[in-house]
Design a binder for this molecule. Structure first.
Ligand code: TRP
Length: 335
């Protein structure tokens, strides 16, 4: 049976190799399969909860879209669109809001984290700096999902609660309106492939320890030189287990190359040499992809056209489904 999968990509600015290994590659590998119909969209409207500067948001949307295309997303095989181009989502968002108990949103991790932070800061108003977009985030995410009735939603572990909420909201709607309109989606939790960053903590923008995906060669080499190592001399045999360079390398090298490097470690290797091996590997792995990325970043209209075409492809489905929803709740008129 054809499986429909759908997932949203938050435009977060510069994409790093941790994003590639943890999310981009697994999603694209899944989308390749024959019995899978994939919906991958840029969740640009969700970004407004943090009110990024106008030009910055636009740039981040372009970066995210270019990165996915560069990494192999084929817009002829995958429905690839921007959330903000699908007005039906925002109508559904309202209808779902009216079926969502306020208490359910009170329990959302991201909202609770903000309140805890305010508590720690000694603020009187625990909702300080909480906007309704942040508060309602899980409802819009539910609309993203439920409008297209996917069977599975691939997400990282941090999104599992949101998926539970989407299921709750769908069930609530089905119950209130004695309908079975909404397919109850399942989370497909991605295997945790956590890449260490330059300092050994998880690679993340918030730790400022990331290796961006499409960095210019010289800058990439400089950055790789910053990877933390011990101070053992070159001739000392090295252990690969706790070595950040090796931990990153093995995600991009073939089994044979990985084995070769392991043997080299056992004989003794200088860190400068190990870092160069990693640098050449990454440069080689991302060379073609970087060219495609640079092409799209320099041709924003071409990029926007791809996204617009994507949204046109799902329009009919979105409209037909929303019509069903409106009929179910009593808002649809024949004329
Ligand atoms: N909240 C998700 C994240 O931060 C992005 C997202 C938005 C999403 N809408 C979605 C993911 C729908 C899956 C399905 O990563």
């Amino acid at each position: 049976m054809l499986q429909k999968i759908l997932t949203g990509i938050k435009p977060t600015g510069q994409i790093h190799i941790g994003n590639y290994v943890g999310a981009i590659k697994p999603s694209l590998d899944l989308a390749q399969k024959d019995n899978i119909s994939s919906y991958l969209f840029i969740a640009d409207s969700h970004s407004l909860t943090i009110q990024p500067p106008t030009a910055e948001l636009k740039h981040s949307i372009h970066q995210a879209a270019s990165a996915w295309l560069a990494c192999g997303l084929d817009p002829n095989k995958v429905f690839f669109y921007c959330q903000s181009d699908i007005p039906e989502l925002f109508e559904l968002n309202w209808i779902l809001s009216c079926c969502t108990p306020k208490g359910l949103m009170n329990r959302a991790h991201s909202y609770k984290a903000k309140r805890d932070q305010n508590l720690k800061l000694g603020k009187k108003d625990l909702d300080d700096k909480v906007n309704m977009g942040l508060y309602n985030y899980p409802i819009l995410m539910s609309a993203d999902i439920l409008l297209f009735s996917p069977h599975q939603v691939p997400v990282g572990g941090d999104q599992v609660q949101h998926l539970e909420m989407a299921r709750d909201i769908a069930q609530k709607f089905n119950h209130i309106y004695k309908s079975n309109l909404f397919t109850i989606p399942k989370a497909l939790v991605r295997e945790q492939k956590i890449l260490p960053g330059l300092d050994g903590r998880k690679m993340s923008k918030s730790y400022n320890n990331e290796i961006p995906l499409f960095l210019e060669s010289k800058k990439l080499q400089k950055l790789i030189r910053k990877i933390k190592t011990d101070s053992l001399p070159a001739e000392t045999p090295k252990d690969t287990k706790n070595c950040l360079i090796f931990q990153i390398y093995k995600h991009f090298a073939s089994a044979k190359e990985t084995q070769n490097l392991k043997e080299h470690y056992a004989k003794g290797i200088g860190w400068g040499e190990a870092k160069d091996i990693l640098f050449y590997k990454l440069e080689d792995y991302f060379k073609k992809k970087k060219e495609t990325y640079d092409h799209y970043m320099s041709q924003p209209l071409e990029l926007e056209k791809i996204l617009k075409t994507g949204s046109e492809k799902v329009k009919e489905e979105a409209q037909a489904f929303l019509k069903q929803v409106k009929k179910t709740v009593g808002l649809f008129k024949e004329l």
